[in-house]
Design a protein around this ligand. Structure first.
Ligand code: XMP
Ligand code: MG
Length: 183
């Protein structure tokens, strides 16, 4: 099976690879201006943020360090509960660091809200968020997100790092899964 065959499992493409790359380039220019003269620590949230991290980091003409955090949020089904468990903590000390959290998506906002509070207690000089996608209609808490790629409808999406049962992360575009995939 050729990798692109999985594109056929999407009912709608919401954001194409080309649109993602153009947007990340725009965001990177803003980050370069905002962080001029500062060392940035990019913190990717595993696993969804792997593609955004890879493409954003390579787009940046700045010194960056990268680190990763893995969290899982407890709760029924696929919905985020806001009760978060750290599955892999950072390797870095955040004291006096300029931290930029790199996320795939802000859905309810509960995970990021927990992460922001957790990071704030570690003495960072600044903490900002960059999220490729955001679902405004799904927000349970407001997240101050300085860099947002695309606002999308309140539907479950896959691709570009986002998964359904660990599959579809390798899709180049972001889209909505066709109903036949679930049944
Ligand atoms: P929230 O903001 O609700 O989101 O705490 C927490 C995490 O859930 C994942 N998520 C998704 N994953 N398609 C996915 O594949 C989606 O539509 C989706 N919405 C949320 C994602 O990892 C996010 O960081
Ligand atoms: Mg995530």
């Amino acid at each position: 099976m050729h990798a692109s065959d999985i594109e056929g499992d999407l009912s709608t493409v919401l954001v194409t690879e080309a649109e993602i790359h153009a947007k990340l380039a725009e965001i990177a220019r803003r980050i370069e201006t905002d962080y001029a003269g500062k060392d940035v620590l990019l913190v990717g949230v595993l696993k969804g943020a792997i593609m955004v991290m890879a493409d954003l980091a390579r787009e940046l003409r700045l010194h960056v360090e990268t680190d990763w955090m893995a969290v899982s949020s407890y709760g029924a089904g696929t919905k985020s509960s806001g009760v978060v468990q750290i599955r892999k903590d950072l390797d870095s000390d955040l004291t006096d660091r300029h931290v930029l959290i790199v996320e795939d998506i802000i859905d309810s906002g509960l995970t990021l809200s927990w992460l922001l509070e957790n990071f704030a207690s570690r003495g960072a000089a600044s903490i900002e968020v960059c999220a490729l996608l955001r679902k405004p209609e799904a927000a349970k808490v407001e997240i101050e997100c300085r860099y947002v790629g695309f606002d999308i409808p309140n539907e479950f999406v896959v691709g570009y790092g986002l998964d359904y049962a660990e599959k579809y992360r390798n899709l180049r575009d972001v889209g909505v899964l066709a109903p036949h995939v679930y049944s």
